[in-house]
Design a protein around this ligand. Structure first.
Ligand SMILES: NC(=O)c1ccc[n+]([C@@H]2O[C@H](COP(=O)([O-])OP(=O)(O)OC[C@H]3O[C@@H](n4cnc5c(N)ncnc54)[C@H](OP(=O)(O)O)[C@@H]3O)[C@@H](O)[C@H]2O)c1
Length: 272
C-alpha cells in the first residue's frame, strides 16, 4: 500500500522524511504533494524527486491525501495552514513536525482533527533513529505508523516529554558526531593515521553499543571488566573522571532542551 502525503513546507526535514519513504516505496513521487513558499525549494523538489511541488497550496491534492504534514518552522504561520485545512474540510491525518508547538496549540476544542505530533530524528536515510510521537485520539495509528516507520523507529511519549526528547534524542546524533570527531582526533594525536583512527572510532562505537544491548549489562559493569588493576583502561578512566567530559555532555543536553522550550514559546501560537 502506498500512502498519499501532502506537505506544507518542503524544507530539510520534510525532504529527508520523504526521501526515505520514497526509497521504501511507502510513497510515490507523483502522488506526493508539497507546497513551499521558497521558489528554489519547489524547483529542487520537482527536479530531484519528481514530487508535485508548488508555491501555492493545491487544495484538490490536499483533499486526496491520507496524511498532511505540517513541515514548517515554529516561527512560520502554521496557524494559517491549520485554518486552511479547517476551511477545506480536511478530515484525515495531520502530522506536525513543528518543534515546540503542542497538540492543544494546533487544534481548537471544536476541531475534529486527527493530529500526531512527531519529532523526527535526522537519521532518516538509515531509518534507525527514533521519532518521538504523540497522537490525539482521532489519529489513524495504522496509516501514521506505516508512514513513520519508513524513516525510523517510533517512541510514543507523553507530550510533556517531547521537548526533552528533542534536545536529547533528536539532537542525539550531534553528540555522537562530536564524540567521533574528538575520539578520532585523540587517535591522530597519539600517532595513528586519521583514516585508521576514524575506522577504529566508528567500529568501537558500533561494537560497544551492540555489546551493551546484547549483554544486557550496565555499561559500568563492562567498564569494570575493561579496567584491570593499575592497567591502561583505569589510567584513561582517571583522566576522564577529572575532565569536564560528563558535564560537557550533560550541559549540552540541558541547553538543547532549554532552547527547544524557548522556540516553542516564541512560536506563532497566538496567530490563530
Ligand atoms: N532539521 C531537523 O533536523 C529537524 C529535526 C526535527 C524536527 N525539525 C522541525 O521540523 C520543522 C522544519 O524544520 P526544517 O529544518 O526542515 O526547516 P526548513 O528547512 O527551514 O524548512 C521549512 C520550509 O518551509 C517553508 N515555509 C515557511 N512557511 C511556509 C508556509 N506557510 N507554507 C509553505 N512553506 C512554508 C520555508 O520557506 P522559507 O525558508 O522561504 O521561509 C522552508 O523552505 C521545524 O519545526 C523543526 O523544528 C527539524
Amino acid at each position: 500500500m502506498t500512502i498519499k502525503v501532502y506537505s506544507f513546507g518542503g524544507g530539510q526535514m520534510v525532504e529527508a522524511m520523504l526521501r526515505a519513504a520514497l526509497k521504501k516505496g511507502v510513497v510515490t513521487a507523483n502522488e506526493t504533494g508539497i507546497v513551499d513558499i521558497a521558489a528554489p525549494r519547489v524547483k529542487y523538489l520537482q527536479e530531484q524527486y519528481g514530487f508535485a511541488a508548488q508555491q501555492e497550496p493545491d487544495w484538490d491534492h490536499v483533499a486526496t491525501a491520507d496524511i498532511v504534514i505540517l513541515g514548517v518552522r515554529p516561527q512560520d504561520n502554521w496557524a494559517q495552514i491549520m485554518k486552511g485545512l479547517v476551511e477545506h474540510h480536511y478530515q484525515k491525518d495531520v502530522i506536525s513536525i513543528i518543534a515546540g508547538v503542542s497538540l492543544a496549540q494546533l487544534t481548537s476544542k471544536d476541531d475534529q482533527f486527527a493530529v500526531t505530533r512527531i519529532i523526527p530524528n535526522t537519521l532518516t536515510d538509515v531509518a534507525l533513529g527514533y521519532s518521538g510521537v504523540v497522537k490525539n485520539n482521532n489519529a489513524n495509528q495504522e496509516v501514521v505508523e506505516a508512514f513513520l516507520k519508513s524513516f525510523g523507529k517510533i517512541d510514543y511519549l507523553d507530550e510533556s516529554l517531547l521537548d526533552v526528547f528533542t534536545g536529547y534524542g533528536v539532537a542525539g546524533p550531534n553528540y555522537i558526531y562530536n564524540f567521533l570527531i574528538i575520539f578520532t582526533n585523540a587517535g591522530v594525536l597519539a600517532g595513528l593515521p586519521r583514516q585508521q583512527a576514524n575506522k577504529l572510532a566508528i567500529e568501537n562505537l558500533k561494537a560497544a553499543a551492540a555489546f551493551v544491548e546484547q549483554s544486557g549489562k550496565h555499561p559500568a559493569e563492562l567498564l569494570d571488566i575493561n579496567n584491570s588493576a593499575g592497567g591502561v583502561g583505569i589510567t584513561a578512566q582517571h583522566e576522564l573522571d577529572k575532565s569536564s567530559f560528563a558535564a560537557g555532555i550533560e550541559n549540552a543536553v540541558l541547553a538543547a532542551v532549554k532552547r527547544t522550550k524557548e522556540l516553542g514559546k516564541r512560536n506563532a501560537g497566538d496567530q490563530k
